[in-house]
Design a protein around this ligand. Structure first.
Ligand code: PGA
Length: 264
């Protein structure tokens, strides 16, 4: 199973556009042959406010088996005086089963710490929801690659702090998105990590998970790649990973239609 996770961030501008985009995604997916459809799991993380109308739309069109909805963020308490927050339980009540946590924009702009991310992960796991944890290094110099000590150390430290105390039996509800922050499209990367290099980063993460959970089965935790995934490169990144986390390209009609149509 390969995952295509779309992170819409603060797009599109209104509900009508959101529904149109979802319709385009589902219609194109439906046209794929059944064997290809079975290979992929599509997850869309829209702004919170679009979740109820999109869920309604998906149900009405019988698209609920084609596309699942996810949150872009969540709070770690289910009730209380926390102005502006959304709880795992609220998301679950709209049939949301997935949620991104620790996206770099949450960390850099909203000062989320690894402890916050751990609490959010734990709160999602308590609701039996899947937590898509984003990790990745801030920058690289031209001599560094995925095997460089500094890079491995940065990623392993994030994993250590985020997954501390997460019990072994919750392992199957985890997903990891390897997102080198410098490769995210809004940071205007001049080069992207080569797929072979991403593959090494993914293997490092797999090795860390296997050691952390002291179990071979940890190898089955899906590890996705994210960072400027687009119609030109998505196939290469899909080949070496368990899926892709797509930002900007998932909000543009032509790009997302191209990606869906060319899944194989
Ligand atoms: P991008 O965003 O695909 O626009 O680089 C990815 C992300 O930030 O999740």
């Amino acid at each position: 199973m390969k995952y295509i996770v779309l992170n819409w961030k603060l797009f599109p501008e209104n509900e009508t556009k959101a529904i149109n985009l979802v319709s385009l995604i589902c219609q194109n997916f439906k046209k794929l042959d059944k064997k290809t459809q079975k290979k992929y799991k599509l997850i869309l993380c829209p702004p919170f406010i679009y979740i109820p109308p999109l869920q309604k739309y998906l149900n009405a069109q019988k698209f609920q088996n084609i596309l699942s909805l996810g949150g872009q963020n969540v709070f770690y308490h289910n009730r209380g005086a926390y102005t502006g927050e959304i709880s795992p339980m609220m998301l679950k009540s709209y049939n949301v089963r997935y949620c991104l946590v620790g996206h770099s924009e949450r960390k850099l702009i909203f000062h989320e710490t690894n402890e916050d991310i751990r609490n959010k992960t734990q709160a999602l796991l308590n609701q039996n929801m899947k937590s898509i944890i984003c990790v990745g290094e801030k920058k690289r110099n031209e001599r560094e690659n995925s095997m460089s000590f500094r890079i491995k150390n940065e990623i392993f430290t994030q994993l250590n702090e985020i997954l501390r105390g997460i019990p072994f039996d919750k392992m199957t509800s985890l997903m990891i998105a390897y997102e080198p922050i410098w490769a995210i499209s809004k940071n205007n990367p001049t080069v992207l990590p080569a797929p072979e290099d991403v593959k090494k980063a993914i293997n490092n993460i797999k090795f860390w998970l296997e050691t952390r959970f002291a179990n071979e089965a940890a190898k089955n935790i899906p590890i996705l790649y994210g960072g400027s995934v687009n119609p030109q490169n998505f196939q290469k990144y899909l080949e070496i990973s368990d899926g892709v986390l797509v930002g900007s390209a998932g909000t543009k009609k032509e790009s997302i239609a191209h990606i869906i149509k060319n899944l194989s």
